[in-house]
Design a protein around this ligand. Sequence first.
Ligand code: MIG
Length: 801
Amino acid sequence: MILNTELEHKGNLFPSKVVSYRKDVDTFYFTTDNYVVLQVTVRRDSVIRFRYSTKTIFDNDFSYAITKYASEGYNHLELTEDETHYIITTAKLICKISKTDLRKSIYDAKDDKLICEDELGFHWEESYEFGGDIVKMSKVSQDSEAFYGLGDKPVHINLKGKRFENWVTDSYAYGRDTDPIYKTIPFYVGLHHEKAYGIFFDNTFRSYFDFCSERRNITSFWAEGGEMNYYFIYGPAMTDVVASYTDLTGKPHELPPLWALGYHQCKWSYYPESNVRAITSKFRELEIPCDAIYLDIDYMDGFRCFTWNKEHFPDPKKMVKDFEKEGFKTIAIIDPGIKIDMNYSVFREALEKDYFCKRADGPYMKGKVWPGECFFPDFTDPEVRDWWSGLYKELIEEIGVKGVWNDMNEPAVMEVPGKTFPNDVRHNYDGNRCSHRKAHNIYGMQMARATYQGLKKFSYPKRPFVITRAAYSGTQRYTSTWTGDNVATWDHLNIANIQAQRLSMSGFSFVGSDIGGFAEQPNGELYARWIQLGMFHPFFRTHSSGDHGDQEPWAFGSNITDIVRKFIEIRYQLLPYLYTAFWRYAEEGIPILKSLVLFDQEDQHTHYRNDEFIFGEKILACPIAEPNAKGRRMFIPRGDWYNFWDNEVWKGGEEVWVDADLDSMPIFVKAGAIIPKYPVQQYVGEKEIKELELDVYYKEGKETSQVYEDAHDGYDYKKGRFSLRDFKLIGKKKSLTIQQFKAGKYITPYETFKINIKGLPFKITKIDIDHDLLDLKKVKVNGDNSFVIEKEFNRLHITGK
Ligand code: MIG
């Protein structure tokens, strides 16, 4: 498409023939007759970066997305040429570059199969209005290719046939297909012929992706400025593509404190203090586990960040401390807009130090948000970020707030076209001065980053906890996120399910939705069904806007309260399981939620599945997302699965009907899995864990499981004080063996495991633990097949008849 209509006669420009090339260690430069340069950098055998300049020289190479901790290095790299092409070969990929027009095609080095091929390839238009180029790329889509990723898009999991825009946008009450919304994650995965690859277009300008929408067999992406600069990431396993992308843009710098994986209660707004206290007390009275209570904007004095409304909250320090005693962490909201008020020290200081964003010709960027007219810190300036992080000292260190929630950081501005800054606003961009056209999509990310730095400093030696609404690729390094202002409808329950899966496959696993819906009010049934889904989301929070009625677990009658409690309790039991999945995510970039296509990409049935997902490695869940349901049809992926509720074994690979009244939902556990469980607690740390339960799901064959633990907060785990247990299960007709391999220096507080074996097909006659026989008279095993053993065993061998 041609975007500069005034200049239509100029239209698209293309690279011409290559006239020279040079190599610099891992990077090649190919220069064309018309001064286009293609820079190809081999970062890993499976990760190649392509970057184009249309004027011989490149911009300063700077990215907020790429982490300095990304893996680099390859096993093999070679450049050859034939008459028509330059050929770059790594251990995993072959990339051919045409000598006549720079078009590329990429093949799997193992079997020479085509993975990804340029159609027009790189082309551009000169941008008359702003200077620079509108940069474009088009690729041939392969037979039955499917597309995934792209962050928070509220559409079918498979993106094929659609076009998307990336421009971070405050989207109150967005709906299915609304685009764009809060986040910009310009990363997608293509899957065809059982092989998956990814493309990360690291360009922060407004960008677009078209997956066979404009033209049936063409995928294209383009941006309104900057460079054509993208990373090609090969799998062939989709999980590896996602893990590599996450490696490139960063894994969370710390594990979350375990309490952050508990249940959170929020509302806009709980105030005054007496009302907040009523909420926390009610949780304890009704014995509904909860770890975090939120203060939305009304805790502040006239919405001034870093202040308190002393009328509603006369002694915040005491309140926060009292909550702490009851097992609640207090989380406070902080927005970017700083009220124009010479009597407000944060405003004065930022003004004096010249920290506010300005318009092109010099005036401040003034905009209306909750406090009224505001100026906005330029979070793209490292000095401003440093200052901002320092502002948290009192809130965190003095008052004892444990987490910060960054909202409105798109940045949102009220009552103006576009609901954000105008394009001409200037930004520092870490020394690469630019306009808002380039900085818009990363503004919220940089605010969350500055917040994270503050929390990290002032929470020390505890771990930081941050939540953000706006995000660009890489934001997952600093913070968790939620999906913004959804609505209390059944369709939104479905949307929340897809968004959480999509963000997870886009490198951002620490995600959840406003349970029950932010706008409007759910009935009890919808709320209960949403809690059931939310229980599987790493960030597990009920939130709603104040003017639509109550939305606490007890707001819908005791029947619903009991159901909600039951599911929150299961979440608390599964905390060690979720924590292990989080550790794998933070360690290896493996997404915590896995859409079925990530779990079994070779089975085409998974390519269009929206609803079912794998939570961690072994648990399959599928929410009920319509009213009056007694169950639903769902697809169970290949393999054997235990129904979580009655331990019946189901064969996967097909669609089935699963019963699930309101107090239930379809949950299955993979045969062979070992699932760790803690006792139900009202909040993390309420009880000392005296025993770890291990639910062992018998399987004929082999399966491995892991349990990761540490002190659940603090940084000792980074010095080796963690406990990692690798379990290997080997099931045979008349025996079951579990081997345990241990790593790490952390001593868990419990001494024993309670083993619960499910689905054992024989009667136990002998239990051998490291060659000592357990006295079967003392342990009553037959019946429920549960028994207690010392935690340090190496080999548990059970035989029977
Ligand atoms: O203009 O702080 O998405 O979670 O409760 C609304 C008030 C501002 C939007 C957030 C929502 C929050 C609300 N905020």
